[in-house]
Ligand binder design. Sequence first.
Ligand SMILES: Nc1ncnc2c1ncn2[C@@H]1O[C@H](COP(=O)(O)OP(=O)(O)O)[C@@H](O)[C@H]1O
Ligand SMILES: [Mg+2]
Length: 305
Amino acid sequence: MEKTQKSEYEIQSEKIASRMARIKRKIVVMSGKGGVGKTTVSVNLAFALSEMGCKVGILDADIHGPNVAKMLGCTDSSLSSPDGTTLIPVEAKNGIKVMSLAFALPDPDDAIIWRGAMKMGVIRQFLGDTEWGDLDYLIIDTPPGTGDEQLTVVQSIDSLTGAIIVTTPQSVAILDSRRSVTFARKCNIPIIGVIENMSGLKCPNCGFEIPIFGKNGGKNMCLEMNVPFLGAVPMEVDLMESEDKGEEWVKEEAHASAKALMDIAIKLEKTDACTTAREMNLPKEGCSPSSCSSCHLDCPSKKNK
Ligand SMILES: Nc1ncnc2c1ncn2[C@@H]1O[C@H](COP(=O)(O)OP(=O)(O)O)[C@@H](O)[C@H]1O
Ligand SMILES: [Mg+2]
């Protein structure tokens, strides 16, 4: 018998697809470990890209720890939906459009105690019901790991541009980051690149560099796993303080971390790291079912095996 009625899930998927079609690049920011700087990277890339004239949105998909609003300095905003269905994103500095569960919490100390299905529901609602409009970038900040939130994002956005993986240099973080690489490959998500955050701390007095979490762990992992390296961001106390106040950091050019984050944004926008990541989805020259273990992703020839 012919199926006539669409399920609610299918209707929502169509809504998401039409919203996402108006956004040129959709980037998911992931990490294996918590506290390595995903939100820092998401927010600073948003600031940097908006400084370059791009129209940018951020979806905070970290349901249990939504920090995007705090780092963008818009915690006083709340969710609005004039027609009861469409959600209006909050506008942060530089016109950055933000959607986060933080805007729906009556008290910032409230804890979200939700299972997977609830999280999936709210992320899909934020993707499909938010009036994102025409954007150059939608940056999706996620919690650590490879669970419900990441899976919902990659399964809901067919046209996802790729993933940025954030790590710190020490082995414990790298071990978890390797899992994020594997996750992206298994889900057929192009890996735009890895950012090594908290890569050394320079003493502000004498300039001596203290490798608090070691150095080059992220860069070496990229070589080993054959994924692009986007850059290293050093630790700076001023960066953390600026984020606590919800201020824009990337304009502080005299600071090495601000410059590093701006350079990564330039790489994304100007040198087309995103397109390169997409191309990695295609089989490489000479790739055949027997040799395609060298491909970055499950390339078509691998699928035909
Ligand atoms: N390069 C850095 N230098 C100094 N502090 C940093 C740096 N990167 C992140 N932080 C701080 O570390 C904390 C954790 O960063 P955050 O971006 O929230 O990590 P995650 O989103 O991965 O949990 C925040 O207080 C942030 O301001
Ligand atoms: Mg975070």
